[in-house]
Structures are given as C-alpha cells and as structure tokens.
Design a protein around this ligand. Sequence first.
Ligand code: ADP
Ligand code: MG
Length: 298
Amino acid sequence: CINNLSDLEKLAVLGHGSGGTVYKVRHRSSASIYALKVLRFTEDAVTIRLQAAREAEILKRVDSPYIVRCHGVFNNGITGNGDGGSDLCFVMEYMEAGSLHDVLRVRRRFPEKVIYGVARRVLEGLHYLHGMQIVHGDIKPSNLLINAIGHVKIADFGVSHVVAGKPNNTCDFFMGTSAYMSPERFDPERWGGDCSDGFAGDVWSLGVVVLECLVGHFPLIGPGQKPDWPTLMCAICFGEKMEMPETAASPEFQSFVCRCLEKDWRKRGTVAELLSHPFVNKGCCDSTEGLVDYALNG
Ligand code: ADP
Ligand code: MG
C-alpha cells in the first residue's frame, strides 16, 4: 500500500507526453516497481487542471484487466516553482514492454496472429469503458501499453470523458488533436453537439491502429507523404475507402478494418458487433504471447 509519494524512488523516465512526465519508480519498503505519471500545472492553467481532475476521477473508477491499473492519486500541493503551481501524481501499474508505439518503431509490422490479440484486448477494454459511459477519446499506439507477458492494456485518460449526466450530453472534451481521430471529430456541425458518436470514434481509432500494425506506418497516408494537418485531415475525412496494402491481408482482417474505418459513424461497427467478428475470434482471446516476443526479444 502506497501512503506517501516519498515512499517512491525515481529510477528512470519512461515517457513524456502532452500532460507531463512518466517515471519508473520503486516503492522503497516493498521493492515493487510502478509507473508514476506526474502532471504539472501552473495556478492559472484551468483547462489542464480540469482535464487532470477528470483523468483522476476516471482512473479511480475503472477496474479491468484491459485497462492499466491506477494504485493511487496524489495531489502534491504547491510545487515551489514560484508559479503557485502543483503536481497531480498517478501511481500506475508498470507496463514492462512499453507502448505499442515503441514496439512498432522497432518491429515495424506484426503478423495477423499477433494483431488479432491486440485488437481483441483493446475491444474488451473499450467494451468495459463504454459500458461505464466512458469515451476514451485518444486510442493510439502510444496509449496502448504492453506488460511482461505481452498483454496490451489501454492507458492515458487525459482526454477521456464520461458521457452520461452532462447537460444535453454536450461535448466539451474534444481538446487536442490526433491523427487517429475519426472524421466526425473534424465536423464543425458536431463540435459542441451531441456526444453519441464518441463511442464510434474509439472504434475508428482502433481500426487505424490495427491497420498500422499490418502495414508498418500510419496507414491513412502514404509512407512518403508529409503528415501535416491539411494532408491528414483530407485523408481522414475524404480519403478513398481503405485500400488494403501490398501485404496480403486475410478476408477477416480486411472486413474487420472496413467495419472500423467506416466514415459514417452511424454505420460503423460497434464494439459489441466487433467482439464477435471472426477476426478477433480466431483463437484463444489472450493469445498475445507473440507480442511479447516482438516487444522484448526483438
Ligand atoms: P500523456 O498524457 O502525456 O500522453 P501517457 O499516460 O500516455 O501520458 O504516458 C506517456 C508515455 O509514458 C507512454 O506513451 C508510455 O511510453 C509511457 N508510460 C505511461 N504509462 C506507463 C506505464 N504504466 N508503464 C510503462 N510506461 C508507461
Ligand atoms: Mg499518451
């Protein structure tokens, strides 16, 4: 049990993100290893503070083998930087093999038998979250973490959002931008409107991730194309229906990706539908042993 941040000793930096820094830490008395995410904000950073509070609320509520576990949230008060700022710290389960982004950078692409294990676990995680009315909002390789036995879990609730209980289900949370965002998120008509498409947005992002694992680069633009915003937005919103890569993909893979990357969110596959899709029901649902070989022994 972690009672105090001073019980933790910093060992290394695991990652930097928009929100702050993630450290590998050791709990002094038990020698257990954790990941510590530190969000730092100055006194006047109202939006960031709101976002951080939201992340904390969600992390405290979720409890699933498909979501990176949070063992405690600490508010570090005034940091002494002279800016009146403070830290919000999350003690998280340590994911030894890092993020899918890191693994993809080294391995470039995976065989389908590895990809379906990833897709299956992310779908299980989304099924859990959506069942709690939580839209993740930022599914992408750097937010999918892998542990020592090759299990993928969803992390980073920095832009996540609980849909229910908001006046008119208003969408005030879609801050930030990502190449994994669905077409409807670019639609000004929907901005600030009804949030019912948020769940479908998570499915789109999963489709992009799954395809990226097969082709070895961000799949909606060519490997040589400059990934600037106009190019990305055009590809996401107006790009031709996905053409499968040179790499041979099974019919199940192709059909799964097409259901995820349906541009009209109303017609897109739901998490429930996709959980029974043949692509993610090929073998044992936990068969990600292949991934840990890829992650650690590559
Ligand atoms: P941000 O909101 O800044 O993107 P994340 O929670 O996504 O923060 O963490 C940033 C990076 O830190 C991740 O992409 C990953 O590389 C690393 N990281 C985060 N949490 C963990 C963890 N629990 N175990 C191992 N690495 C982690
Ligand atoms: Mg992140």
